[in-house]
Design a protein around this ligand. Structure first.
Ligand SMILES: [Zn+2]
Length: 692
């Protein structure tokens, strides 16, 4: 959804946020004259050169040159884009930011209402977990799992009482409508009556799922224990009512007999975890548990650990391993990779041995397959995906608790590239000493390799397999080609029938396009001493719709951020609402993902600049030549016409013919045009020479 801030909102927000107070949350500031100084959070230093000026509401570091207003500080320190930083700050200082949504007018109000309900639920469940008798077992459980109070508070865990409507009633009393509570995902419509809803989460430990700026958008709920459940439930139900339902009227409290009966048999069918459903604010495939708390550590360590569960994330964070997040039950989705990829290119999947399929368990292989299908995507966006496997039977949480954190970190350090890992995984299924197994193994491996589109990666894989199976590389390549040709035949068929063809065309990258992408990359990263020439080159130098558009957006963003006193921070972050469509977002992500490793930055910038100029001028030259050719042909026709008519006329007795005059005039005009085009051509060719 596209949204922009209402006019003047940033000023209003800044008026609500005192820069010195907000920065004090990050930096220990001491008064020095009219300003405050502290140790810079953006570079390592021993004597303070980081200065905050409360009168100007600006900060500046004399050590590393960082500086700007409160928004740019939040952007930098929290790794957020502009809009996100504004939202983050607004939440911090309790200011209600006003947005303009471009698609549906009723959405903004609705969204903020739903977030309010989730925030309310978070506080409600939290209060119960820490203060109520009904959550004793939940607290015991968390205790047994080794969680300290601080970490439970940090992740704002809660407990949903074993009751059908305690939260729903609470929310209704706070003025929310039944419909809204349902839309927040926290309650469901009862089938018995239209005006009756019931709580989705009952008797569960609640894990709030937050967005990138820390707002609660959904929940995961875990049952406490599978054993002795039903007895305890009944007991808790009654206790729960005493504690939490006192203010309710009789009709609100659930005393209806069928509800009571329904409760007990349902207990054993409960899933261990349930999550919020897809709502207007929460989407499972786009959310990552713990990212809000992990993002700064991910940037600092330049790696993200992807674990499976909420408790894994918590245990690791408790042990100081703060770059761990969870993908909420599925393999990472493309969207999730895009989000994590904003903070690092290095993603490490932490599998407990069971999930990884070390014992070739079906589930493990399936899971890995989900990742394998995305290998091309990782490659394209330069994501370095690795797999770390723990020992049999441990999940990350148990591992850290029982085996110590150093051993866990050792496993992570030894993580294997996902492609190597897959190859090993396949090999493990076969006895390579038997010939028939060896052939089956090579067949399966080649099948896997043929799905990879990068020739370089394919080649590397072949090399590896050839060593492992002791087979000639050339033989494997030949087999692979057979497999690939079969596949491309199939693909060609698909492409005739539609969509696949479009996708494949998108993938074909021409050298021309590459240069334009490279140029955008240099502009985004602010590289080279010819930088401003490249920046000002002009949209006409871009030939593709998306590269042209992105160039324009970047240029605009740069001018905007320049005028904001703070100078420009590279790589240039562009908030996703400015990138209108998916194609642009993908292009921008791809560029921001790809590493900058030119051996000579100035040269790289110059080369790209020269290339763009050359391509553009060559195009112009072709154009001029074409027109020149047209005029020359026209001229030939004209002279022929003049010659013919004069021959006819001279044969006739009498003076100069009158109708010859317009032709002559035309000829003069054409000659003038040709001369002009030749001059132009000459000029262009001279100019082209400058960029060779
Ligand atoms: Zn600094």
């Amino acid at each position: 959804m596209a949204k922009t801030l209402k006019e003047g909102e940033i000023e209003e927000l800044k008026n609500h946020a005192d820069i010195q107070i907000v920065i004090s949350g990050y930096v220990n500031l001491k008064r020095s004259g009219k300003s405050y100084v502290g140790l810079c959070p953006f570079h390592k230093e021993k004597t303070p050169s980081f200065t905050v000026d409360p009168r100007k509401q600006l900060y500046h570091c004399f050590g590393c040159g960082e500086g700007g207003d409160i928004i740019s500080f939040i952007m930098k320190v929290e790794n957020l884009d502009f809009i996100e930083a504004a939202e983050f700050l607004a939440k911090k200082v309790n200011y209600n930011l006003q947005f303009i949504y471009t698609d549906t007018p009723e959405m903004p109000e609705k969204r903020s209402r739903l977030i309010e309900i989730c925030e309310l639920a978070k506080k409600y469940y939290k209060y119960i977990l820490f203060n109520s008798k009904v959550s004793e077992r939940a607290r015991d459980y968390l205790n047994r799992r080794g969680f300290k109070k601080e970490i439970i508070e940090h992740f704002e865990l809660g407990y949903s009482p074993e009751s059908w409507s305690s939260f729903s009633n609470f929310a209704v009393k706070r003025g929310y409508m039944l419909k809204e509570i349902i839309e927040s995902g926290l309650a469901l419509q009862s089938s018995r009556a239209v005006n009756e809803i019931y709580d989705r989460f009952r008797g569960r430990i609640m894990f709030p799922i937050k967005d990138i700026v820390g707002k609660t958008i959904g929940f995961g709920g875990r049952i406490i224990n599978d054993a002795q459940k039903s007895d305890a439930n009944v007991e808790m139900q009654t206790q729960g009512r005493q504690v939490w339902m006192q203010p309710q009227t009789k009709s609100q409290a659930l005393t209806k007999p069928e509800m009571q009966i329904k409760m007990q048999p349902q207990v054993k069918a409960q899933a261990k975890y349930i999550n919020s459903p897809e709502t207007k604010i929460y989407s499972k495939s786009k959310s990552i548990y713990g990212l809000f708390d992990a993002k700064n550590s991910i940037v600092e360590k330049d790696a993200a650990l992807i674990v499976e569960g909420y408790t894994d994330v918590m245990t690791l964070h408790q042990e100081g391993i703060k770059n761990a997040v969870a993908s909420l039950g599925t393999a990472l989705t493309i969207e999730q990779i895009g989000i994590v990829g904003r903070f690092t290119k290095n993603i490490i999947l932490v599998f407990d041995s069971d999930a990884a399929g070390v014992s070739a368990s079906m589930r493990g292989m399936e899971r890995l397959k989900e990742y394998n299908e995305k290998l091309d995507l990782f490659h394209e966006s330069n994501i370095n995906m690795k797999v770390a496997v723990l020992e049999e039977g441990y999940d990350p949480a148990e591992y850290v608790l029982k085996k110590e954190r150093e051993k866990f970190l050792e496993r992570v350090d030894n993580a294997v590239n996902i492609i190597d890992f897959t190859i090993d995984m396949i090999l493990r299924k076969y006895d390579i000493n038997s010939l028939s197994d060896k052939l089956s193994a090579s067949d399966e491996l080649l099948g896997f390799i043929s799905t990879l589109s990068s020739k370089i990666v394919q080649e590397e894989c072949i090399k590896k397999i050839s060593e492992k199976l002791n087979l000639r590389e050339s033989l494997l390549v030949e087999q692979l080609q057979k497999k690939s040709s079969k596949k491309s035949y199939r693909k060609a068929e698909d492409s005739v029938s539609g969509q696949e063809g479009i996708k494949r065309n998108e993938k074909m990258v021409s050298p021309l396009r590459n240069i334009e992408i490279e140029a955008l990359k240099i502009i985004i990263n602010g590289i080279g001493d010819k930088y401003y020439d490249l920046l000002d080159i002009g949209a006409e130098f871009f030939n593709f719709e998306d590269t042209k558009k992105l160039y324009e957006i970047i240029k605009e963003a740069l001018t905007e951020s320049k005028s904001d006193d703070g100078g420009v921070n590279f790589p240039l972050k562009i908030s996703s609402d400015k990138l209108e469509d998916e194609q642009l977002k993908r292009l921008y992500n791809m560029i921001i993902f790809s590493p900058v490793n030119y051996s000579d930055n100035n040269l790289a910038c110059l080369e790209v600049y020269n290339n763009l100029k050359r391509i553009y001028i060559t195009g112009k030259i072709d154009e001029v030549k074409k027109r020149l050719k047209q005029f020359e042909n026209y001229r030939k026709e004209l002279t022929k016409l003049i010659k013919e008519s004069s021959e006819i006329l001279t044969k006739k007795p009498g003076g100069e013919p009158e109708n010859k005059k317009p032709e002559k005039e035309k000829l003069e005009k054409v000659d003038g045009k040709i001369e002009m085009l030749n001059l132009k051509l000459n000029k262009l060719e001279n100019e082209l020479f400058k960029y060779k």
